[in-house]
Write a protein that binds this ligand. Structure first.
Ligand code: HEM
Ligand code: HEM
Length: 183
């Protein structure tokens, strides 16, 4: 992932992709935990369909985001960040970028291994990526679960950092990701 280009601010497209992804992921993770722990039935099936559909949206936006990062770059970290904060934020951002690509891919693979269709909002169906296999489904479902929980922990620390920068350091980190904000 190249961060060679250093624009003064996040591009409007990067900001919108960030916030739409954030909304989707903040629904997908609790939705995933709820649907796997509820009684079987039509409501559970609907939540599964929504989970998979919004997961596909996150995947498409992640590919668009990688393209946007390559085209427009990301702004340099603010001067107010300590060396530790810089390293931590880069590590969390890169891990989240990897996870918004990996999680939907694992979800799609495991759904294929279970031989269930991935119907995207009932509009079209994705092709199966692999033949039916229960052991592969089990392994992928475990990876999807633990990476999902890791992702939740990273997001909590990411949101915690945004709150800390807004209310304690007051150094404008959140403002530069807001659609109205500047670099
Ligand atoms: C950013 C995207 C995604 C995130 C963060 C995510 C997260 C999660 C989480 C946290 C769970 C609950 C795991 C558990 O408690 O066992 C789950 C379950 C599940 N997800 Fe996803 N998911 C994403 C995308 C997808 C996609 C795109 C698909 C399919 C195309 C998918 C298919 C499933 C399925 C089938 C389950 C239930 C697994 C089982 O029954 O054991 N997910 N997901
Ligand atoms: C309420 C939730 C969230 C808040 C308040 C928030 C806030 C922010 C802020 C302020 C930045 C800019 C940091 C900087 O300039 O150094 C940022 C960047 C970033 N955020 Fe979030 N975020 C949220 C949710 C998420 C979620 C759910 C994800 C992904 C799953 C995510 C992924 C990223 C990534 C990858 C970056 C790096 C910038 C980029 O290349 O797009 N964020 N976030």
């Amino acid at each position: 992932m190249s961060d060679q280009i250093r624009p003064p601010a996040y591009s409007p497209i990067s900001k919108w992709i960030h916030w739409i992804t954030a909304l989707c992921v903040l629904g997908i993770i609790p939705g995933g935990i709820i649907m796997t722990n509820m009684d079987e039935g039509p409501l559970q099936n609907q939540i599964y369909d929504m989970h998979r559909s919004f997961g596909v949206v996150v995947f498409v936006l992640a590919l668009a985001r990688v393209t946007a990062r390559r085209m427009f770059g990301t702004p340099a970290p603010l001067e107010t960040l300590t060396p530790l904060e810089r390293r931590a934020s880069v590590a969390v951002h890169h891990s989240l970028m990897a996870l918004i690509i990996l999680m939907p891919l694992i979800g799609w693979l495991m759904t294929s291994a279970y031989r269930v269709d991935v119907s995207v909002f009932g509009l079209f169906t994705l092709p199966h990526l692999m033949p039916k296999s229960e052991p592969i489904f089990d392994a992928l479902a475990a990876a999807h679960k633990w990476l999902g929980l890791l992702m939740a922990a990273l997001i909590l620390s990411h949101i915690g950092a945004a709150i800390m920068h807004t209310f304690i350091k007051r150094d404008g980190v959140l403002q530069r990701m807001l659609p109205s904000g500047r670099g």
